[in-house]
Design a protein around this ligand. Structure first.
Ligand code: IFM
Length: 459
């Protein structure tokens, strides 16, 4: 591999360089050692839901190969690893009887990470709800928020002597929109009335979990990860600007405001009308429990027009001409700067501001990588994507936004939900036939970034 030696943009001392994964996307071992079924096991078995009929049954077999995966992380010099806990591995029925083998698995993983000086960042919920809880209404059932708190207590109690960085939820917006509005993710529901209830219960469960973790691990740093998207109107027309504002409310402020300000945005409440979920008075302050950081997942922007024919909110998506696209989205590096500075401006100003620090908890690109004749995986597009985004993160930091770390999505190629295994996001190539791992050029490049604590502009 060769790459240019441009000017080094140094990151602050102590900046944390990591990678992220999620349980269902890499672990496999879906029915081993007492794990119960999750909504994704069920969903994947419904014909036509996942490309190619793929499932997470085996995935990247991380459940068995985690020592090798930790070794690869160590070789790349990674400083942090963000992974999620599979709720049904810990509580096969979602509540009640604990499966000790599940807790043991994550405990061993944490030990191995720490032995290599890799700091664990634990996400409690990355979409794999125990099926038993779905059978009782899933996230539409307010009780699920309580069960989540019990689960958070258990995990924090077991790992909290070693884990100090906690993330309650990953991308609640996707759970709401893909899982309960569009039905393209588990549990495959298409019902706006349900979807917005789910949003509120996810947020409520976040509040409960923050309390649970603080209770068990007082020295912990706790955050939530939101996928945030800059929303640009397709034109200067008032109608397009209003449509962009509606989507900003529904996707960004709908989660940011409750978590950081303890209230839903007024325009969103007005927009939702009867769809707005019932809320109890004490719930909002619980949802706004003080946080140590906000995790931001960034992939792309949205360009929006008013579309009178689009159901519910009359929002239409536009694909900007002249842009470069990945297999999934428009590539738009300035958006990561825009969202970081915007969030910091809106929630981080003043002595009592609720936002104290940020992490980029995911950023990455799907590329249809393949090993060449020599078995090497050259992925220059990924290197370019990551570098261009890091330049923008650096710019935000230079302007005073306290970004404390950056996590590439993802360590390994993995199960990309409804796309199955077609999308490859990894710094490490996975041959799903043999489960062989091959570090891609981007993995080596990222190792240099970490070593230099900075990114080099392209020459
Ligand atoms: O793979 C997902 C991940 O589970 C959540 N954030 C976006 C990634 C890429 O789509």
């Amino acid at each position: 591999m060769s790459h240019s030696r441009g000017e080094l943009l140094a990151f602050p001392e102590g900046f944390v360089w990591g990678v992220a994964t999620a349980a269902y996307q890499i672990e496999g071992a879906h029915d081993e050692d007492g794990r119960g079924p999750s909504i994704w096991d069920t969903f994947c078995r419904q014909p036509g839901k996942i490309e190619n009929g793929d499932t997470g049954d085996v995935a990247a077999d991380h459940y068995h190969r985690w020592p090798e995966d930790v070794r690869i992380m160590a070789e790349l010099g990674l400083q942090a690893y963000r992974f999620s806990i599979s709720w049904p591995r810990i509580l096969p029925e979602g509540k009640g009887k604990v499966n000790p083998a599940g807790l043991d698995f994550y405990s061993r993983l944490v030990d191995a990470l720490l032995a290599h000086d890799i700091q664990p960042f634990v996400t409690l919920y990355h979409w794999d709800l125990p099926q038993a809880l779905q059978d009782q209404g899933g996230w539409a059932n307010r009780d699920t928020a309580r069960y989540f708190a019990e689960y958070a207590h258990l995990v924090a109690r077991r790992l909290g002597d070693r884990v100090t960085r906690w993330i309650t939820h990953n991308e609640p917006l996707v759970v709401v929109a893909a899982g309960h509005l569009q039905g393209i993710h588990a549990p495959g529901i298409r019902d706006p009335m349900v979807a917005f209830r789910v949003a509120h219960h996810l947020l409520l469960s976040h509040g409960y979990a923050v309390e649970a973790i603080r209770d068990e691990v007082p020295a912990s740093q706790i955050g939530i990860t939101l996928n945030l998207t800059p929303i640009h109107p397709a034109s200067e027309s008032e109608a397009d600007q209003q449509a962009a504002r509606r989507l900003d409310g529904l996707t960004n402020r709908m989660f940011l405001d409750p978590v950081l300000k303890g209230r839903y945005p007024e325009d969103v409440m007005d927009m939702l009308g009867p769809l707005f979920p019932p809320t109890e008075p004490d719930e909002m302050s619980r949802i706004a429990a003080p946080l140590d950081f906000l995790g931001v997942n960034y992939y792309t922007r949205a360009v929006i027009r008013h579309d009178p024919n689009s159901p519910l909110f009359q929002i239409g998506w536009v694909q900007p001409q002249g842009s470069e696209y990945s297999e999934m989205w428009e590539i738009y590096p300035p958006g990561i700067y825009e969202i970081l500075t915007r969030v910091w401006t809106d929630y981080g100003q003043g002595p009592d501001a609720p936002l104290r620090a940020l992490y980029i908890t995911e950023n990455g690109i799907p590329v249809p990588d393949m090993p060449d004749a020599e078995g090497k995986v050259h992925d220059p597009r990924r290197i370019r994507y990551l570098r261009d985004h890091l330049v923008q993160v650096h710019r935000a930091i230079a302007e005073g936004v306290p970004v404390r770390g950056y996590f590439v999505w993802s360590l390994l190629d993995n199960f990309e939900w409804a796309y199955g295994y077609r999308m490859r996001f990894g710094l490490v190539y996975v041959d799903y036939q043999t489960q062989t791992r091959t570090v891609k050029d981007s993995g080596r490049w990222y190792a240099e970034v970490i070593q230099e604590n900075g990114v080099r502009r392209e020459e």
